[in-house]
Design a protein around this ligand. Structure first.
Ligand SMILES: [Zn+2]
Ligand SMILES: [Zn+2]
Length: 137
């Protein structure tokens, strides 16, 4: 499967027991349908995770194609404040998060996520988002 952003071949990235597809080039990550729910720690967290998803046809961001069916994906807000925009296949194949967006979503909505998944994600995206300078610590 190719990256919908940069066409690089996606590699399998195991997040705990979830097999996601990850782009080593641009840092994007693909969740097949139903996989995103598996990052949440419990039923309540799953509900919270999905509760802020809202499709918006007016978002002007450049559209990209689903890596499975190649259809133009929909733009979806995924956080309380409508700042984080991800791409969702209109046929329901899955969700695409650009670099770091998955962590931004978890942080913004304060979702309870399985600990080992958080450590894998921060391991990948640490440089961009989570690295604090010594003065801040
Ligand atoms: Zn890419
Ligand atoms: Zn699709």
């Amino acid at each position: 499967m190719d990256c919908p952003r940069c066409k690089n071949t996606l590699i399998i990235l195991e997040l705990d027991e979830i097999e996601t597809d990850y782009c080593t080039e641009c840092g994007g990550i693909w969740f097949d349908k139903g996989e995103l729910e598996l990052i949440a720690d419990n039923e309540k967290a799953v509900k919270e995770l999905l509760s802020y998803f809202s499709k918006d046809a007016d978002i002007k961001e450049k559209s990209i194609s689903c890596p499975i069916c190649k259809k133009k994906m929909d733009k979806v807000y995924v956080d309380k404040n409508k700042k984080i925009i991800i791409d969702e296949c209109p046929e329901g194949h899955g969700l695409w998060f650009d670099k770091g967006e998955i962590l931004e979503l978890i942080e913004a909505n304060e979702i309870k996520v399985k600990n080992n998944i958080i450590s894998i994600l921060t391991g990948i995206y640490r440089d961009k988002i989570y690295t604090k300078s010594p003065e801040e610590q």
